[in-house]
Ligand binder design. Structure first.
Ligand code: ZN
Length: 311
């Protein structure tokens, strides 16, 4: 079990159970209840009588600290079962009280740290369910506490989404299926080894929000069904709309040059380079127009129509 290479400050706390008893499967994010530096937080966790610690912290300036190595269980979430499976992170607030805000920078560093923890520990997806069944958990799921505070707490779905984006998790667009079997078992997970949690007998239409192999997860949250006994209803994604036809070029028209000398430029504007001049006050065919500029049919370039008369 490794530790994060993002760590910039280390002060190992005596408050831990060594080693942790379970494989790391979760992340639990806490707030510090104050704009603490990693040093101050480390001082607090260094006191044995505090009987508290975390694996990591993101300090108020965005620096990342380690207080308990990942191989050990930190005392963070008031729950041994959780902390034996979780890497815990204390996150500094940007102010005291209110909705306990956290700066964007600290939030971004927290996400960086979560991505790193997931990658090194083989966590392929961070799932925030709002309860302890997910693998992104929070202190107030286990104890009567305001931690992680309203602001940081509201960011948990965002944190999971950002982490998953960076882990390359594909997000499934929900789709509809019609059940074709008379009785289709609903299971607690994607596979026949999972327990049966119900049966669909109405040959009805259901929304699938996630897939794994041949299994689809029901939107209701009741479980997974085998998609081999369903028919997908909604059409495959519409073909991309054809590119809009280019605006028809204006009909060519004739102009008579009125200036003694009229520059021909490589494009419709004086910022384009001069590549010739008309000195014969002749009549020319314009095949395209942009603003006050006309494109010569010969392909020689563009002229300013201010010095011409349409005929
Ligand atoms: Zn907490």
């Amino acid at each position: 079990m490794s530790n994060s290479p993002l760590v910039q400050y280390i002060k190992i706390s005596p408050n831990s159970t060594n080693p942790r008893r379970k494989k790391i499967k979760k992340i639990t994010i806490h707030h510090m209840a104050g704009p603490l530096s990693v040093e101050t937080c480390g001082e607090i966790f260094a006191k044995p009588e505090r009987r508290a610690s975390s694996n990591y912290a993101v300090g108020v300036d965005g620096r990342i600290a380690m207080y308990v190595e990942e191989k050990n269980r930190a005392w963070t979430s008031s729950n041994a079962a959780n902390d034996n499976e979780a890497v815990t992170i204390e996150v500094a607030n940007s102010a005291v009280g209110g909705d306990w805000p956290v700066s964007d920078k600290v939030l971004a560093r927290t996400i960086d740290l979560c991505v790193d923890i997931c990658k090194r520990n083989g966590i392929d997806k961070l799932v925030y369910t709002g309860d302890k069944s997910g693998n992104l958990t929070r202190h107030d799921m286990f104890a009567n506490t305001v931690c992680p505070g309203p602001y940081l707490g509201s960011k948990f779905p965002y944190i999971a989404a950002e982490v998953n984006k960076r882990l390359g998790v594909q997000t499934q667009t929900p789709f509809l299926v019609k059940v074709t079997a008379d009785a289709l078992n609903i299971r607690s997970g994607p596979g026949v080894a999972n327990s049966i949690t119900g049966t669909i007998k109405d040959k009805g239409t259901y929304t699938i929000v996630d897939t794994k192999d041949d299994w689809g997860k029901l939107k209701s949250g009741i479980g997974w069904i085998h998609l081999g006994y369903t028919k997908r209803l909604d059409p495959s994604p519409p073909a991309p709309a054809p590119a809009p036809a280019p605006a028809p070029a204006p009909a060519p028209y004739l102009v008579k040059v009125t200036a003694n000398k009229l520059n021909i430029r490589s494009g419709p504007g004086t910022n384009y380079k001069i590549q010739g001049a008309i000195t014969d006050k002749g009549t020319y065919t314009i095949v395209d127009t942009q603003g006050r500029w006309g494109k010569l049919k010969s392909g020689a370039g563009w002229i300013c129509l201010n010095y011409t008369k349409k005929i």
